[in-house]
Design a protein around this ligand. Structure first.
Ligand SMILES: Nc1ncnc2c1ncn2[C@@H]1O[C@H](COP(=O)(O)OP(=O)(O)OP(=O)(O)O)[C@@H](O)[C@H]1O
Ligand SMILES: [Mg+2]
Length: 254
C-alpha cells in the first residue's frame, strides 16, 4: 500500500493477548492509529492498560497477534535505529559511564570512539548533563538517569522517538522541568514522537494530539487535537477546559 501523505506511523488492527497459567489476558484490541510526520502524539491511558505493550509493538520489540505497523508506508519487522526508545525503567548499563551509555547505540553501529563520543557529548549537553560525562548511573538522580536515556535515544538520530512514561518515577518538580526540556528539544530537533503517559496534564502540555485509551482490553477511545501554541500554561482557561473535556472521557482516576 502506498504511503499516505504526511503519515509516519500507521497501526492497523493491532491485537495482542498474553497467556499466563492458562488465563488469557486480552491486552490490546484492534488498535488503529496514524502518527503524522513530526507530530508529538501522546497516548494517555490507565495503568496496566497495554501502553507499554503497544509501544513495544510499534518499536518492533514484540510482534502483535494480529494487525500491522507500517513506517513510511512499509511493513515493519523487528527493531531498528530509525526508532529510538526511552524506556519506562531507565535501562542504563550500571558499569558504563554516562558518555558510554549515551554512545552505546553508535558503538553497536560500528561508529569509531572519537566520533561517537562527539555525538554523545552534543546530546548530553542538550539534555543538560554537561559535566557528568564520566559519571556512573549510580551517581545520578532519577531525573538525571532519565536524561541519559533521552540523550541515548537521540544519539542514533532516529526518525521516531518512542517514550514510555519517561517521567513517571520522578517527583512533581523534576517532572515539570523535564517536560519543559523535552518540549524544547523536540521544537529544536523536530522528530515524530509517540509519548505514553497516565498523567493528563503532561498529555495536554506536550501533545499535538492526545489519544485516550481504555483498558481491558486496551482500545483507542478518542482523540483530541490540541492546537494552543507551545509552551503551554497549566493554568490557562483553554488548558483547564481541555483537561475537563478529556477527564470526562477517561477511565483514569483524576
Ligand atoms: N510479557 C508478558 N507476559 C504476560 N503478561 C504481560 C506481559 N507483558 C505485559 N503483560 C500484562 O499485560 C497487561 C498490560 O501491560 P503493559 O505493561 O502493556 O501495561 P501499561 O499500560 O504499560 O502499564 P503501566 O501503566 O503499569 O506501565 C498487564 O496486565 C501485564 O501484566
Ligand atoms: Mg507501561
Amino acid at each position: 500500500m502506498a504511503q499516505r501523505a504526511g503519515v509516519k506511523i500507521e497501526c492497523r488492527g493491532i491485537t495482542k493477548s498474553f497467556t499466563v497459567q492458562s488465563d488469557v489476558l486480552h491486552v490490546l484490541s484492534d488498535i488503529c492509529l496514524d502518527v503524522h510526520e513530526n507530530e508529538f502524539l501522546v497516548i494517555l491511558g490507565p495503568g496496566q492498560g497495554g501502553k507499554t505493550t503497544l509501544l513495544n509493538i510499534i518499536g518492533g520489540l514484540m510482534a502483535p497477534d494480529a494487525g500491522e505497523v507500517r513506517i513510511d508506508g512499509r511493513d515493519m519487522y523487528g527493531p531498528s535505529t530509525d526508532r529510538g526508545i526511552v524506556f519506562q525503567q531507565y535501562a542504563l548499563f550500571p558499569w558504563k559511564t554516562v558518555e558510554d551509555n549515551v554512545a552505546f547505540g553508535l558503538a553497536m553501529k560500528g561508529v569509531g570512539r572519537d566520533e561517537r563520543l562527539a555525538v554523545a557529548h552534543r546530546y548530553i549537553d542538550l539534555v543538560g548533563l554537561g559535566g557528568f560525562e564520566k559519571a556512573y548511573p549510580a551517581q545520578l538522580s532519577g531525573g538525571m538517569k532519565q536524561r541519559v536515556g533521552i540523550a541515548r535515544a537521540y544519539t542514533v538520530n532516529p526518525d521516531i522517538l518512542l517514550m514510555d512514561e519517561p517521567f513517571g518515577a520522578l517527583d512533581a518538580q523534576t517532572r515539570y522541568a523535564m517536560e519543559k526540556d523535552v518540549l524544547a528539544i523536540w521544537q529544536k530537533e523536530q522528530r515524530t514522537v509517540v509519548f505514553v503517559t497516565n498523567n493528563i496534564e503532561e498529555a495536554i502540555y506536550l501533545g499535538d494530539r492526545v489519544v485516550v485509551m481504555s483498558a481491558m482490553p486496551g482500545k483507542v477511545k478518542s482523540s483530541y487535537a490540541i492546537t494552543t501554541p507551545k509552551p503551554r500554561n497549566y493554568t490557562d482557561p483553554e488548558f483547564l477546559e481541555m483537561r475537563k473535556r478529556i477527564s470526562n472521557d477517561t477511565d483514569l482516576v483524576l
